[in-house]
Design a protein around this ligand. Structure first.
Ligand code: SAJ
Length: 456
């Protein structure tokens, strides 16, 4: 008996999980993608068996082509296909608004449509990242209202969060442990049954709210740890010490093999020029939104908020490093040409969402500089950018390394020095050694690298 699965939202989460499920014998998958100017082309591409996700994603293109040929994966823009689905996965985007509250427009629209069409005994699984309490208080009421059924009785409802990462979409779904929490035990069980067909790692069952909290805490944890590294970097700059050297030494503390529970004993992350992407800048605010909306006692998560503020301020600190370096050469930042190397939020990636480079660009413009962004990989950016590296460097007064793309490592600084008006290198990602850069005739400043005690 063929199991019919619907996956709503053909993005970097929905597409790989739809393809993996379609590869299971006896499963047939329908992807639903609304026809917006930005994303309707994906429907046609996927219905030709082609992978619309850019960047290197091992195994994904082959898998999409395989399940398409098998006729087990089709994509449409209509929700009527939910009417005989055994499982419906919700993988729509859940961005935050400028006031840091969640934007659930896509989620609400999907729930209204699903509720209208779903049949009895369907299992609905929310995979999109949401504020704790959202499945219970937003998703469930809409599904019950539109379907006339009760969650846990007429249909099953669970939250099962994704742990995808760029470059590891397929691998992570198969090999990373899965966390699932349902509105009822039966709902949890139904979700576990589905995931067990594709997940080869452990599947952990819990309740709905715990699963929702775990997801956003997983990223808030990483964000706060990066903020800690960034705060150490600012301290080291002031003390004239190299924060990366400090990190290396701190992390020499070995893991305790006799007591795995306490490992890693130390794992200080990397300071840098900022924290971008579609997860870390957003998920701490989703956690806080759930706390503000559904918390039973008043509590202000000062550390998580401070972590966000520290990370958001790093591109502004880079702008200070630029202005300070120009000042040391008695050059005003006003009308100085500054080159930003790297617009992607992550090295060797084309993803520019919430990129710290955009924050730096706007800040340098605000301070009166002429700014050029260079990036060898990205396809689009809502700021001007160029591909021609030599053109970018011509007559520049300073070069800022914001993204550690491989193209920016091992640059021949002795040759490049002749292209610039003033050879100043601001290193946002510990790409270069201070002494080497100065030997090549440049002034060097780096995030986390103090100046006074002759650090590397
Ligand atoms: N960053 C630092 N210092 C670090 C690590 C990262 O400044 O030590 C910066 C990066 O430059 C980037 C931002 O933080 O601008 C985010 O980097 P990331 O490595 O966390 O990459 P993301 O945003 O793709 O995070 C995803 C998350 N995955 C999910 O939400 C499912 C995150 O939980 C993963 O830990 C991360 O991938 C990963 O490890 O690749």
């Amino acid at each position: 008996m063929t199991k019919k699965i619907v996956v709503v939202g053909m993005g970097y989460v929905g597409i790989p999980i739809a393809a993996l499920l379609a590869d299971v014998d006896g499963f047939s998958v329908i992807g639903i993608q609304r026809r917006s100017t930005r994303s309707e082309w994906k429907i046609d591409w996927l219905n030709k068996g082609k992978n619309p996700i850019s960047g290197d994603e091992p195994g994904l293109s082959e898998l999409i082509s395989k399940v398409w040929k098998k006729g087990a994966f089709k994509v449409t823009d209509t929700f009527s296909m939910c009417n005989d689905a055994d499982y419906i996965l919700i993988d729509v985007q859940t961005p935050i608004n400028s006031d840091r509250t969640p934007n659930y427009n896509s989620l609400i629209q999907a729930c209204e449509e699903i509720g209208k069409h779903m049949k009895r005994q369907t299992t609905v699984i929310v995979e999109s990242t949401v504020a704790p309490g959202t499945t219970e208080n937003i998703v469930k009421p809409i599904l019950e209202r539109e379907s006339g059924m009760r969650a846990g009785e007429g249909f099953y409802l669970a939250f099962g969060y994704e742990r995808v990462m760029p470059g590891r979409l397929i691998r992570n779904i198969i090999h990373l442990p899965k966390i699932v929490g349902g509105v009822t035990e039966e709902s949890t069980k139904k979700a576990v049954e589905l995931y067990s067909k594709i997940v080869q790692a452990d599947i952990y069952s819990t309740d709905l709210w715990t699963a929702e909290v775990a997801k956003v805490v997983e990223n808030a944890y990483r964000d706060v740890n990066i903020a800690f590294a960034n705060e150490v970097a600012l301290i080291c700059e002031s003390l004239g010490v190299n924060a990366y050297e400090v990190r290396k030494l701190v992390n020499t503390l070995p893991n305790d093999t006799t007591n795995p529970e306490t490992n890693p004993v130390r794992n200080m992350l990397y300071p840098g020029s900022g924290v971008g992407g579609h997860c870390l800048p957003k998920d701490p605010w989703l956690l806080i939104d759930g706390l503000n909306k559904y918390g039973k006692t008043k509590y202000i998560p000062r550390m998580i908020i401070a972590g966000r503020e520290i990370n958001d301020a790093m591109p502004l600190h880079v702008a200070d490093l630029v202005e300070g370096a120009l000042h040391e050469r008695n050059i005003s930042i006003i009308n100085s040409k500054i080159v930003i190397l790297g617009a992607a939020f992550l090295e060797n990636s084309a993803d520019t969402r919430n990129s710290p480079s955009i924050v730096l660009y706007d800040e340098l413009i605000r301070r009166g500089a002429q700014v050029v962004i260079h990036d060898p990989i990205i396809q689009n950016l809502d700021r001007p950018f160029i591909r021609d590296f030599e053109e970018a460097l011509k007559s520049a007064q300073a070069v800022v390394l914001m993204t550690k793309h491989k193209e920016y490592q091992n640059l021949n600084l002795r040759v490049l020095i002749n292209k610039l008006k003033t050879p100043i290198l601001i290193d946002g990602r510990n790409t270069y050694d201070k002494k080497e850069v100065e030997k090549a005739g440049w002034m060097y400043k780096g995030v986390g690298k103090g100046k006074s005690r002759d650090v590397q």
